[in-house]
Design a protein around this ligand. Sequence first.
Ligand code: SF4
Ligand code: SF4
Length: 246
Amino acid sequence: MDSRVYIIKFDNWGFMVNLMNKIQILRKISQTLFFVRALIVTGFYLSIVGFIKRFIIGDRILATIITKIIAIVLAFIAGRVFCGWMCPFGFLFNLVYELRVKLFKLKKLPTVDEKIHNKLIYFKYVVLILVVLAYLSGVKISGYTLAYLLLALFLVLGFIYPMFFCRYVCPVGSLLSIFARFSIFKLKLDENKCVGCRLCERKCPMQIKITEKIDQMECIRCFECMSVCKKGALSFSAFTKNTKKE
Ligand code: SF4
Ligand code: SF4
């Protein structure tokens, strides 16, 4: 008996396009709802510093505690779903890079030089350590001006390079990446179906080399790659490995 468990796998292209469109709509709805919720919970004060502090260090607001537990459990099960579906800042950074794609009619998302990118992705772990150290040593960072300056800076950087903050800086993303490393459901590539067109890589906002090695720790489960793969070579599944070329 085939013990593999699939949640998203397709052989029929028409069915796949339909389903992926629905998943993208669902993702947009989820992102919007969580964004509105964040606005209400914070009294319209969207502070990156506050967000990091609440998530990494914690606070006593029940809604935050529940969101944090959900994000970590989801990371264990399916990876960084929080980043792609729930994070209010992820939503904003998603919007700005999509705006750039629309304005400049881009066919391929802008990329950072490969060597620099491969080093920069580790910077967010340094930020995570710094945040914990700052907390332990009693350093307090706050202020409206700083919050909005940081948001503006990362929105501009996110306009130039998709999800810049999420890729390189966010300590919440780095914390969830650690759990995502062991996630049950993973994004997989079937090398027998892949024709090497790299359409998926052109659309990946996290600049993952999907056709070489899918970095599950970096993947934010946006499923943009699956939406553009015309060969159905990508699947999101549990208990399976990448299918090697026969
Ligand atoms: S879009 Fe599909 S077929 Fe093309 S490179 Fe990516 S996985 Fe392979
Ligand atoms: S690999 Fe696919 S699901 Fe993961 S971040 Fe890139 S486009 Fe999104």
